[in-house]
Design a protein around this ligand. Structure first.
Ligand SMILES: [Mn+2]
Length: 454
């Protein structure tokens, strides 16, 4: 069974040196009382196994003549299954997840010494899961105390993320296809929201429309908490309260993403609540859009992350100067950091299984060079908070960010979220062309014949 996960395991094992790699699934987190937070598998664990249940361990063995993948999973338990549904179980781990061998999870610590016995190297993420680390290293220490029996444990610990995160940074065609689906679903959510926004609505209603569309189009969950921030709320970068009423004169910033196949999309659009841009918001918006377009235009193989950042920053600084917010030459504003009260984040981030995906931005002090298969967001913004004394009176209460997801291709770039309107006229035309409230109907009716559990 040559799944996407089997291919990743092969590549991971090919890059491992002789030794054993151990991973634990993400913990279940209590929310309150008897209620847990929705479970979402750890991205690294899922990347290698495809396994979505908690309480699991994955072990990878590599020696000169042997490569093995072992899963330890929550065993099937008819009594427990009445409450939580059927689990994959030990047999399922071999049958459906490609494990060479599988055991009940309670046997992990007892079987670990045998797995580690006389291996030169242990691959274990350190600093992430202290309990797991202590348990595993405890078993290593025990092995070493048995030297007289000819036993030793691994002498070297390597963080497997040095391999994994490098793999995750470059997306395979199959991963790009999933990411494209996540982007499609997310764009559909934004289209719905843009046609649902009305003055007087609460921000949470817009968030609900976005997430309703994500879910009914098959997203597993949101990539991160949805941000709907009208007016001055947009100046709080990770505003998730979403509880204000939106005024007719406000811009509303929506930053949201759907997750599909454990790949996250991440889009931001800032649109006028009334459906028509008015001054001074329109001018601020136009500068952010120009900055975003300039930054996107630099994305190509060989360009550095720094170049993308600076291309956007240059236009933002030019805008701040033209609008009279900051005095001086554009270059001076860039170098002095005088723009920072209004643009305080970087131009974007890697995108993948985690919305702020793993992978280095610098290597040996040098900004990393883009390669085909890398995916980054490009999301400049300008923020004029009510509480910012440096912000001119006229601009206070305006926050604009525009974000698209960009794949580096062999000959340049492909904007995966390009269909979603962002030019002033396109946004206005799109918002005027219909009401989401009249068009809403279940997406799945006619397709589903009967309820299935999978
Ligand atoms: Mn982002």
């Amino acid at each position: 069974m040559d799944t996407i996960f089997a291919k990743r395991r092969r590549r991971f094992l090919a890059r491992m040196q002789e030794g054993v790699a151990v991973f634990r699934s993400a913990p279940v987190c209590r929310r309150n009382g008897d209620v847990d937070h929705p479970y979402r598998q750890d991205s690294d664990f899922h990347y290698l196994t495809g396994f979505e249940e908690p309480g699991a361990y994955a072990v990878f063995e590599k020696s000169r003549d042997r490569r093995r993948f072992v899963l330890f999973v929550e065993p099937e338990d008819p009594e427990q299954d009445v409450w939580t549904g059927r689990k994959v179980g030990v047999d399922g781990a071999v049958r459906d997840y490609g494990a060479d061998e599988a055991f009940p999870n309670r046997e992990f610590l007892d079987r670990l010494p045998d797995l580690l016995l006389n291996r030169p190297r242990l691959y274990l993420a350190f600093g992430r899961d202290p309990d797991f680390e202590r348990e595993v290293l405890g078993r290593v220490e025990t092995l070493k105390s048995e030297a007289r029996k000819g036993h030793h444990g691994p002498w070297e610990v390597v963080d497997p993320r040095v391999i994994l995160w490098d793999m995750r940074l470059r997306k395979t065609p199959a991963e790009v296809a999933s990411l494209e689906r996540a982007c499609e679903v997310t764009m559909a959510g934004f289209e719905a929201a843009m046609r649902a926004i009305r003055p007087g609505m609460r921000e949470w209603e817009v968030a609900a429309v976005l997430e309703f569309e994500f879910r009914r189009r098959g997203a597993s969950r949101v990539s991160f908490e949805t941000i709907c921030a009208a007016g001055a709320n947009a100046a709080t970068l990770h505003y998730v309260a979403n509880r204000s009423r939106m005024g007719a004169g406000d811009l509303v910033l929506m930053d949201a993403g759907a997750e599909v196949d454990f790949l996250a999309a991440d889009i931001t659009r800032t649109v006028p609540v009334s459906g028509r841009f008015t001054e001074p918001g329109r001018t601020v918006y136009s500068w952010v859009l120009r900055a975003q377009e300039a930054a996107i235009a630099t994305v190509r193989p060989g360009a550095t992350y720094r170049e993308v950042h600076e291309a956007g920053l240059r236009v933002l600084c030019e805008g701040l100067r033209e609008m009279g917010v900051v005095k001086g030459e554009t270059r001076e504003i860039m170098e002095s950091g005088a723009y920072q009260p209004f643009f305080m984040h970087r131009i974007g981030h890697w995108l993948g299984a985690d919305v702020h995906d793993v992978g280095p931005y610098f290597r040996g002090g040098e900004s990393i060079r883009l390669e085909p298969g890398m995916v980054l967001t490009v999301e400049p913004g300008l923020y004029f908070s009510d509480a910012n004394p440096a912000a001119p009176e006229w601009a206070r209460g305006i926050g604009v960010r525009i974000e698209d997801d960009v794949l580096v291709t062999r000959d340049g770039r492909r904007v995966l979220t390009a269909r979603l309107p962002k030019a002033v006229e396109d946004v206005e035309r799109f918002m005027a062309a219909g009401s989401w409230w009249e068009g809403v109907r279940p997406a799945s009716i006619g397709r589903v014949r009967r309820t299935t559990s999978r």
